[in-house]
Design a protein around this ligand. Structure first.
Ligand code: C5P
Length: 224
């Protein structure tokens, strides 16, 4: 049977903590990958640590958002890392997406649609007129046009996104209990998988507190 897939967000600047997260999330019940975002990647020895990880699915969540030339240069600059996934904001624009995809080679280039910490009110604040669902679909179509390898959206949008974007879908905004932290568009793991998500991204619900117990709770939650 195919295993459910999750990326664990290693949002810390401590290498010791990352080692602990990796050690305590070894399981044959799930396919587990590790996501490193701006915090760890920019920490003193973070990049070098990532360069030495072997035999794991590695997702570097840099959320590039820049002019085409800078996106290309940034991707070239991390090519020495044998990473599997890299993110770019779809709002970088079609040209930046296309040239980035061209240069990314074996690294899967993943478009970030609208952050799961934003709701309709927040979108208005930053000057977007489209409502959330429409905006995400619009962004998904653009990502499809640029032939991106995957897309990040909330579990709420997956069903509709899949109609216009046929590659991998990765969803953060996963809650295991009533705590949602700073996320707005959230769902349970099963809801996200049921909607068609290929990978879930889970951070604090796993990495805060007792990691082994949190993982057990997640596995139980999925198999319920
Ligand atoms: O702790 P939590 O499970 O909320 O972490 C979610 C992770 O997913 C964080 O690392 C965050 O940067 C990332 N992410 C997100 N929303 C997006 C893209 C990435 O929450 N749209």
């Amino acid at each position: 049977m195919k295993k459910n897939k999750i990326f664990i967000a290693c949002d810390t600047k401590s290498i010791k903590k990352v080692k602990k997260i990796i050690k305590e999330t070894q399981t044959n019940k799930l396919k587990v990958g590790y996501k490193f975002g701006l915090e760890f990647f920019n920490s003193k020895n973070g990049r070098s640590f990532i360069s030495k990880i072997k035999g794991k699915v590695i997702f570097v969540d840099l959320k590039l958002c820049d002019i085409p030339n800078t996106c290309i240069s940034a991707i070239k600059a991390i090519k020495d890392l044998k990473i599997n996934y890299l993110t770019i904001h779809v709002s970088s624009g079609l040209d930046a997406l296309k040239v980035s995809k061209k240069i990314s080679g074996k690294i899967k280039l993943i478009g970030v649609t609208t952050l799961t910490s934003l709701d309709n009110k927040n979108l208005k604040q930053i000057g977007y007129n489209k409502n959330l669902n429409k905006l995400v679909i619009h962004q998904a179509k653009l990502a499809a046009k640029a032939k991106l390898d995957g897309l990040v959206c909330s579990p709420h949008e997956v069903k509709n996104v899949k109609k216009v974007f046929k590659n991998e879908i990765i969803t953060p905004g996963i809650k295991l209990d009533s705590k949602i932290n700073d996320q707005k568009r959230v769902a349970t793991p099963n809801e996200a998988y049921k909607n068609g998500s290929d990978w879930l991204v889970i951070g604090r619900s796993i990495t805060k507190g007792n990691i082994k117990n949190n993982l057990k709770k997640l596995i139980k939650n999925i198999n319920k």
